[in-house]
Design a protein around this ligand. Structure first.
Ligand code: ADP
Length: 458
């Protein structure tokens, strides 16, 4: 359960508990006051009726009963009077409310009894009289209006409690969202920060609340991360740069030795092999340097509009010069009439390096040394360039790893390489806001497709 839902539920639970307690207190105190009030009225009635009936001569009793019944203010009132022996001496209504002589005896012993009778009737029994005579008077009636008001109150309390709970939940939901909004903003900003934009910082707001504290803690952490990343990248860049100078010197000295000892075949063989190793090391340090450079300072490098068709032809020509045995097939499909759509904003040398890496891989890992390149254009103003070969292919479980630096498929060990080409290529493509996709089948070949947004789309 997320914090927002938890906060809303907790808020609603607190408000509901308060509302329910309030409603119960109101209901119970209203019911008690109704009952007290009703019993008081019943008692007054009992005293009044008893005083009239017991004080008046017996022969007028019927007349008094009629006057009494018609003047009654209580709903379905019944007055019953018992003597000390429990005999009924007066009853103004012929209704059985389970009031018996035994009850009368109890009244004499306890003076005043409150009665809960069947069908919602309530009654009171009091002892009335003096030393010479005394009677038990029981008055019962239905508190019709009082009970009606009570049930109306119950309904109103129930509806207002439900509405209160609902509104408190909605209110809680709204306020929780409002209070957590800055937190969500921090989360979405942090999600946008990757190793490529560690220089970004979060907004620290007013600097007084917990969210500002969180943002500032993140910012301090980003500063430390950025420093560590920069140190690491500049180390790789410096180290590979430092390698290159002695390697170049060694290379030229070996070439000099080869010229000077051209007739010593054994030595020539050895020097050729050393030269190959040095070239390979040189190649490695060049790639490491490029990788470190693309990580370090692409943001500072100057970009320009590049015609992709021209760039690909230039990459092919450079590669073919160094590898004359390579057969490259270039095809253009669905190119736009507007040539501006073939322009990509970027750094020419880097893009060329990426294309040459892909051509080189297709050449290295194919059986017939043939590379098929297709340049096309999609409606989404995206240029795609695919590099296809009929080579060894890549096992599906390895496809995700080949873009990691120094990763090589174990079967590729016989082929020269250091596992840096694709890491560098994918980095270059992502710097140009493009993507790279691989489709491959072992034994049948691979196809790497680069997609780049055209300059007009950006
Ligand atoms: P390198 O080619 O120097 O080994 P890369 O980073 O260019 O390094 O490639 C990494 C690995 O991906 C290669 O070693 C190889 O195993 C695999 N690979 C790349 N391109 C292809 C391809 N066209 N066909 C088959 N395997 C490939």
């Amino acid at each position: 359960m997320n914090i927002r839902r938890k906060l809303s539920l907790q808020f609603a639970a607190i408000v509901s508990t308060i509302l329910v307690c309030f409603s119960l207190v109101i209901y119970v105190s209203y019911e008690r006051s109704r009952r007290n009030d009703f019993y008081n009225r019943l008692e007054e009635r009992a005293v009044l009726t008893a005083s009239i009936i017991t004080d008046v001569v017996d022969k007028h009793r019927d007349l008094i009963r009629r006057i009494d019944t018609t003047s009654s203010t209580l709903y379905r009132e019944q007055v019953m009077i018992f003597d000390r022996n429990g005999n009924l001496v007066y009853n103004d209504r012929a209704e059985d409310r389970q009031i018996t002589g035994n009850l009368a005896k109890k009244i004499f012993s306890s003076n005043r009894i409150l009665l809960e009778l069947p069908y919602g009737y309530e009654g009171i029994g009091i002892e009335y009289g003096n030393k010479t005579y005394s009677y038990a008077v029981v008055v019962s009636a239905l508190d019709y209006h009082g009970k009606n008001r009570l049930s109306n109150l119950k309904l109103s309390l129930f509806i207002s409690t439900i509405l209160g709970i609902l509104f408190s939940f909605l209110g809680g939901w709204y306020f929780a969202r409002k209070s957590l909004m800055p937190m969500s903003q921090v989360v979405s900003r942090v999600n946008l920060i990757t190793e490529n934009n560690l220089n970004e910082r979060l907004d620290e707001g007013n600097g007084h609340d917990e969210i500002s504290e969180l943002s500032s803690t993140f910012n301090r952490m980003l500063e430390r991360l950025e420093l560590a990343f920069t140190l690491q990248k500049s180390f790789v860049s410096h180290a590979s740069h430092e390698f290159r100078t002695p390697l170049t010197i060694m290379l030229s000295e070996i070439e000099m030795m080869m010229i000077n000892h051209s007739n010593n075949e054994e030595l020539q063989q050895m020097l050729r092999s050393v030269k190959e190793e040095i070239l390979s090391l040189n190649n490695l340090s060049t790639k490491l340097l490029s990788l470190a450079k693309t990580n370090l300072d692409f943001s500072n490098s100057t970009t320009s509009g590049i015609r992709i068709d021209e760039l690909i032809m230039s990459a092919i020509s450079d590669f073919s010069k160094a590898n004359p045995t390579c057969k490259i097939n270039l095809e253009f499909s669905d190119l736009p009439e507007n040539q501006e759509f073939l322009v990509v904003e970027g750094e020419e040398q880097l893009l060329k390096t990426a294309f040459i890496n892909l051509i080189s891989n297709a050449f290295k890992f194919s059986n017939d040394s043939a590379v098929f390149i297709t340049v096309g254009f999609s409606n989404a103003r995206t240029i795609f360039i695919s590099f296809k070969d009929n080579g060894v292919g890549i096992p599906p479980e390895e496809v995700d790893n080949i873009f990691e630096p120094f990763y090589r498929i174990s079967t590729s060990n016989k082929v020269e390489g250091h596992g840096l080409g694709l890491a560098l290529t994918s980095r270059i493509i992502s710097l140009h806001k493009g993507t790279i996709r691989v489709r491959s089948k072992v034994g049948q070949g691979s196809e790497f497709t680069v997609m780049l947004p055209t300059a007009t789309r950006r």
